[in-house]
Design a binder for this molecule. Structure first.
Ligand code: TRP
Length: 427
């Protein structure tokens, strides 16, 4: 199997230039590398966790799918799909939920942040926590494990989720793998380039700082308007300027060749006006983003094309998900009744049965005791004068269970004893 890289895209809000430079562009470039099998999907089940506006959920998913395609993602080359088109993902989520410790989920950053916020506001700790938010990491683990991804490129804030997916995968493999690896253990890939683009004010470009340059939204007018707001120093036209540490220059770098970068710096040192520099930046970005924006508008105007692309992607994804899920269902014991093959572990369990031990003590009397499969003492008999008498009680206990009112001391709960005795009556 080639190397599998999987990228989940949260479908909330619209995208900005920082998303493009930090995530979209490098991910698309990586998907073109030889020997890489890439999976890209719209995490629209995840979108429901934070948004209960159906129109926004629908619009955002469509816009983000169109954005990735417009930016050059090749759906022939990669597997590009909507999470909600793969019913095997929520089904796997349940299988994983059943082996995920609640305590592990209690430690998730997103959950803890919600609890901290509620506590700080004087509310119940779980006041704003839905089961969706709480179980977010399990759904994300299912996204990743469903396709046995090796690498998952993410921002730093998501690394914990990948570690949780590894934990859950390990536990599932251990419980149900029977020596065979059902799931590949995924690794987070934190790209140094991610999130580096500064915003208009020099801080990291982020919607929460209101310092973004929109990617397609608002057309070239919005691009021009945003670039005009980039903060510079107050040096006048003709005055030499220091390009280092300027957000304007860093953003320029993100779209320029090494030659263009050098020329831009030289011009600023020689007194290029900030206004003129901004015009050059707009032209540079527009040359790359402009054609994509046109393609984006076209895709948005033809939802049927977009839909067909995603349906084809879902079929490709399900060609992997359906057989894996079938294997997983069998592994946990969800099987057709006609499938009576017992697993190796079930056989091993059978081999380790509870045992009766008969023995004679120093007092000359005959005793027996019942030990569980694990060796724990369940029943202890009194002493018998005759060995035969002890043997007869053992036989009755095996036949009748606790109903046989044998002269024994019960050393464990009745349920455990009854279960152990039942093992003698099975076949
Ligand atoms: N939680 C991710 C984010 O907020 C999106 C996501 C959902 C994801 N499922 C994933 C990312 C699986 C990688 C793999 O960015």
């Amino acid at each position: 199997m080639s190397h599998r890289v999987l990228t989940g895209i949260t479908t909330t809000g619209t995208l900005h230039l920082g998303n493009y430079v930090g995530a979209i562009r490098p991910a698309i470039a990586a998907s073109r590398a030889p020997g890489v099998e890439s999976f890209f999907f719209m995490a629209d089940f995840h979108a429901l966790i934070k948004c209960d506006d159906p129109d926004r959920v629908a619009r955002s998913s469509r816009a983000i799918a169109a954005t990735w395609l417009a930016a050059g993602l090749d759906p022939e080359r990669v597997t590009f799909y909507r999470q909600s088109d793969i019913p095997e993902i929520p089904e796997l989520t349940w299988l994983l939920s059943c082996v995920t410790a609640k305590g592990l989920m209690n430690r998730a950053h997103a959950y803890k942040a919600a609890v901290d916020a509620a506590t700080a506001a004087g509310e119940e700790p779980d006041a704003n926590v839905t089961m969706g938010l709480f179980s977010y990491p399990v759904l994300m683990a299912a996204d990743i494990l469903m396709f046995n991804a090796h690498k998952v490129p993410v921002g730093k804030d998501q690394v914990q989720h990948i570690e949780m997916a590894r934990d859950v995968a390990q536990r599932f493999n251990h419980l149900f793998g029977r020596g065979q690896e059902l799931f590949t253990l995924p690794e987070a890939q934190v790209d140094a380039e991610m999130e580096l683009l500064p915003g208009l004010d020099g801080r990291k470009m982020s919607k929460s700082y209101d310092n973004v340059i929109p990617l397609f939204e608002g057309g070239s007018a919005a691009l021009q308007h945003a670039v005009a707001r980039i903060v510079t120093d107050s040096r006048l036209p003709g005055e030499p300027k220091d390009p280092e540490g300027q957000a304007l220059v860093t953003i320029y770098d993100a779209f320029a060749t090494p030659e263009q970068r050098a020329a831009f710096r030289a011009a600023l040192r020689q007194g290029l006006a900030w206004g003129e520099a901004k015009q050059q930046l707009v032209a540079l970005i527009e040359a790359q983003i402009g054609p994509m924006r046109e393609r984006y508008a076209e895709l948005m105007a033809h939802p049927e094309q977009l839909e067909a692309t995603l349906q084809a992607g879902a079929a490709k994804a399900r060609a992997i998900a359906v057989p894996l899920l079938k294997q997983l269902r069998a592994a946990v014991g969800l099987r057709p009744y006609t499938d009576t093959a017992t697993t190796a572990a079930a056989k091993a369990e059978k081999a380790a049965l509870p045992v009766f031990k008969q023995y004679r003590e120093a007092d000359g009397k005959f005793y027996f005791k019942l030990l569980s499969a694990g060796g724990e003492l369940l029943l202890q008999s009194q002493g018998f004068e005759q060995g035969r008498e002890a043997g007869q009680w053992v036989a009755r206990l095996k036949r009748e269970g606790l109903v046989a009112d044998a002269p024994v001391q019960r050393e464990a709960g009745d349920a455990d004893i009854a279960a152990a005795l039942a093992a003698f009556r099975e076949d």
